[in-house]
Design a protein around this ligand. Structure first.
Ligand code: 6CS
Ligand code: FE
Length: 319
């Protein structure tokens, strides 16, 4: 008689598997090899982008696409940005994060659900089709945020791999996610534009230090855990250099979940405001966090509200 085989649920499977991306549970920081593909689609699959751009993304871990959105669309985004920034009512929401030591607005999370314009932008085929291609799967929004990086006093985002945080604190199993940062104001090389280390996505930076309880209350203002050691950062920068992703408003910075990035403070009068959408492959849905803390709130990590990004049938964003 054939034996009964009970297939463990993914959660149990993932939880019982060795954590190939364990971090923050040893005392020695180190670099290990990435254990996942970067571009999941095969070369035979039709690509929404020129192959040379896909190759750049594969090799560097990011690609900057200029002029994706029209000046009219950009003007609508900027109007919305200003509306939200000056709306004193939003300060009471958890989704709103102010700059450390000031009431300047730093980020608004979950705009893909709370704001009709950014909700429509998150599913725009110019973004979603590319995400589905690179991840070779249906996708959902793991996280979205408006990062204002205001002029004069906008503070930095220290170096980090998003995946290290999303794996350890959100339970994202594998490197099958990516971010798209749409520039809403001009990203100059002087106003705190995104800095990335080309090729760093091929290494996983194991960080030291335990994850504090409710770490996000501090890390979204100033991240001090889940950041690379000086030695690891030095090694990655020596290998790949550091590139500033600059671009006119309406450009899109597409970057892999594991590329090392950060941004300097902004003391210029020119805000560096971008909206970020994180696309996660449906097959890579978050499971239990890989740290001892409780799951982060829904406005930072979609867990209960996982909605497939629908494939559009030619509707255009009515921005
Ligand atoms: O903790 C997070 O999910 C956020 N932290 C940073 C610095 N980048 C990714 C994300 O917004
Ligand atoms: Fe980040």
């Amino acid at each position: 008689m054939s034996e009964l085989i009970f297939e463990p649920a993914l959660d149990d499977l993932v939880a019982s598997e060795v954590d190939v991306y364990a971090s923050r549970n040893e005392n020695n920081a180190k670099l290990i090899d990435r254990q996942d593909p970067i571009v999941y689609a095969s070369k035979e699959q039709p690509s929404p982008l020129d192959r040379s751009l896909i190759d750049t993304y594969n090799e560097q871990g990011f690609v900057v696409l200029d002029g994706v959105f029209s000046p009219d669309e950009v003007a609508t985004f900027q109007q919305e940005l200003e509306c939200l920034r000056t709306d004193s009512k939003i300060q009471k929401f958890d989704e709103v994060v102010n700059e450390p030591n000031s009431n300047d607005l730093r980020s608004i999370f979950r705009v893909h659900e709370s704001n009709p314009l950014f909700k429509a932008l998150a599913v725009d085929e110019r973004l979603a089709d590319l995400a589905r291609y690179l991840l070779d799967d249906e996708v959902y929004i793991h996280q979205s945020r408006l990062n204002y990086k205001p002029g004069f006093r906008g503070k930095e985002f220290y170096w980090h791999s998003d995946f290290e945080t999303w794996h350890v604190e959100d339970g994202m199993p594998r490197m099958r996610a990516l971010s798209m940062s749409i520039t809403l104001t001009e990203n100059f090389d002087c106003n705190g534009s995104l800095m990335l280390i080309p090729g760093s996505h091929k290494k996983y930076v194991v960080c030291v230090g335990e994850t504090p309880e409710k770490h996000y209350l501090a890390s979204l203002k100033k991240q001090e855990h889940g950041v690379p050691s000086d030695a690891c950062l030095k090694t990655l920068a020596a290998q790949g250099g550091i590139v500033s992703a600059i671009g006119k408003p309406g450009s899109v910075i597409v970057f892999d979940c594991n590329v090392m990035h950060g941004s300097n403070g902004n003391i210029t009068p020119f805000p560096r405001s971008n909206v970020f959408f994180v696309y996660n492959a449906l097959s890579n849905k978050v499971v239990n966090p890989f740290c001892a803390q409780a799951p982060r709130p829904e406005y930072i990590c979609s867990r209960e509200s996982i909605h497939l990004v629908p494939r559009s049938h030619g509707e255009k964003l009515n921005a």
